[in-house]
Design a protein around this ligand. Structure first.
Ligand SMILES: [Zn+2]
Length: 188
């Protein structure tokens, strides 16, 4: 409620930060209690950011079919921070932790979150599958080589695999590109 009616002695008041205040707070949260584990659910427009967060090792749910109500429900049930560029979504009462993302480009959105939520301390780069959001496991070159192009098998000896989608990751140009993106964020 606002101040549109007189408050009586018997009234019980709960005070929440004004919503606009979220924009200037370093850590945008609706409740005072910070979440111990940083886990996210990203809205349908933040697919690029979702995979960059996964690349950093942050458990991030994303599906471009998620409805707003579903996102709010997931956040409430699983203790996830809602990431969105839609202020209306953050106004849903069951969302206790939400973050309005200002930047438009995924790489800049990632930087914004690293700065505002101090992500560098808890980042575990290349620990999650970018597609499935599930842990990657190291596999031996012998196991990996039959499943990657021969040139890759000859060049690299360190491989990670997602048990869910079977995707194999190695330290190729794509990986190095991601490292270049992450390095300045992690070294802050
Ligand atoms: Zn996977």
């Amino acid at each position: 409620m606002g101040f549109e009616r007189v408050i009586f002695d018997s009234d019980r008041l709960a005070v929440y930060p004004k919503f606009e205040a979220l924009d200037i707070s370093p850590l945008l949260k609706v409740r005072a209690q910070p979440l111990r584990v940083l886990r996210f659910v990203a809205d349908a427009h933040l697919g690029g950011l979702a995979s960059l967060l996964r690349m950093s090792g942050f458990d991030t749910l994303y599906d471009n079919g998620f409805e707003d109500a579903e996102i709010a429900e997931i956040a409430a049930q699983q203790g996830r921070i809602v990431l969105t560029r839609d202020r209306e979504l953050l106004k849903r009462r069951i969302i206790s932790h939400g973050c309005y993302v200002h930047a438009l480009k995924p790489s800049l959105q990632l930087r914004e979150l690293y700065e505002r939520l101090d992500l560098a301390r808890s980042a575990r780069p290349f620990s999650l599958c970018l597609h499935c959001n599930l842990p990657l496991h190291e596999i031996s070159p012998e196991l990996a080589r039959p499943q990657v192009p021969p040139r890759i098998g000859a060049l690299y000896s360190h491989f990670l695999r997602c048990d869910a989608c079977q995707q194999i990751y190695w330290e190729g140009s794509h990986w190095r590109g991601m490292c270049a993106l992450l390095a300045p964020l992690l070294n802050r």
